[in-house]
Design a protein around this ligand. Structure first.
Ligand code: ZN
Ligand code: ZN
Length: 152
């Protein structure tokens, strides 16, 4: 199943966007594919889907560094919609990093540039981090102990 928690196979969900055979037709599709690109460590795709003016501020190395530290385990779409300037997607992305469960709760803005959806920027909302013990059940829901699953 696709990384983005859609319950659809990767090849029928974010895969075609990430391998550039199709363009996302909605902002939510682009948001989901960027999430899946973090899961598959496809930093080039993440960089290329920022609006042109933002790409210079996000190096492939920085994106990859975050993708290496953060192991994403769940995506929830909270809300989607549009204003006259942009479309927005509010989401909660859960990931494991440095023995903590962290959540990125963000309202992202997307605009079309040359007919393609691009990520403009986002507002990050505060969340809590929880420490994970090595013998705790892994937060990814596998039923295994953390030390035998997502611990690294
Ligand atoms: Zn997907
Ligand atoms: Zn796990």
């Amino acid at each position: 199943m696709c990384y983005c928690s859609s319950n659809t196979p990767f090849e029928e969900c974010c895969g075609p966007f990430i391998n550039s055979s199709h363009l996302p037709t909605t902002a939510e599709q682009l948001m989901r594919s960027r999430y899946s690109a973090y899961c598959t460590k496809n930093a080039e795709y993440i960089r290329a889907t920022y609006v042109q003016n933002e790409q210079q501020h996000h190096s492939v190395e920085d994106i990859l560094a975050f993708a290496d530290v953060a192991q994403f385990i769940k995506l929830e779409i909270i809300d989607t919609g549009s204003t006259s300037e942009a479309s927005y997607v509010e989401f909660k992305a859960t990931y494991i990093a440095e023995n903590k469960v962290c959540m990125l709760h963000e309202k992202s803005l997307f605009v079309k540039e040359s007919e393609q959806w691009k990520y403009l920027d986002g507002t990050i909302l505060p969340t809590l981090e929880t420490k994970i013990g090595r013998n705790d059940e892994c937060p990814c829901g596998s039923g295994k102990k953390y030390k035998k699953c997502h611990s690294n």
